[in-house]
Design a binder for this molecule. Sequence first.
Ligand SMILES: CCC1=C(C)/C(=C/C2=NC(=C\c3[nH]c(/C=C4\NC(=O)[C@H](C)[C@H]4CC)c(C)c3CCC(=O)O)/C(CCC(=O)O)=C2C)NC1=O
Length: 161
Amino acid sequence: MQDAITSVINSSDVQGKYLDGASMDKLKGYFQTGELRVRAAAAIGANAATIVKEAVAKSLLYSDVTRPGGNMYTTRRYAACIRDLDYYLRYSTYAMLAGDPSILDERVLNGLKETYNSLGVPVGSTVQAIQAMKEVTAGLVGPDAGAEMGVYFDYISSGLS
Ligand SMILES: CCC1=C(C)/C(=C/C2=NC(=C\c3[nH]c(/C=C4\NC(=O)[C@H](C)[C@H]4CC)c(C)c3CCC(=O)O)/C(CCC(=O)O)=C2C)NC1=O
């Protein structure tokens, strides 16, 4: 896993150089938003179950996936879906704190599409639910931290699509 600091240092190291202006600006931006990130992570952690519940209500409830024959139908599959959304929220929060999406590639997206396809989990509905979490989260943490979280919700969405 990388973060905003190691990613800038690694790419300077590959060139055998000190950090250039653009790298310094990246780091400055990251440090300046440090408190914002920590505060947002605390708010999300304290409200995770509510975020997931509201996102499900906005996107999946009373749709085809929750009806008999749908992939979320039966308590077991409903619970698996809620658990997946909680993974997406928690790992997006980690990535937001790190300022880097690599943790999503390594721990979430690796092999996920193949798993979903083999189980018939609908990717379109999953992406809708992730986008609903993005809206609900932004409502909770405000537009600046919300936009930062949005980067990682979108990263998972496009990784699945
Ligand atoms: C931390 C990394 C990680 C991820 C991401 C993960 C996802 C993941 N979701 C799964 C299943 C599942 N995922 C869903 C999710 C959904 N179905 C829908 O219709 C909705 C649209 C959607 C929720 C938004 C469902 C219903 C299953 C169970 C499918 C089945 O067994 O038939 C499975 C198969 C094994 C299992 O059931 O536990 C995995 C591996 N596991 C992990 O360890």
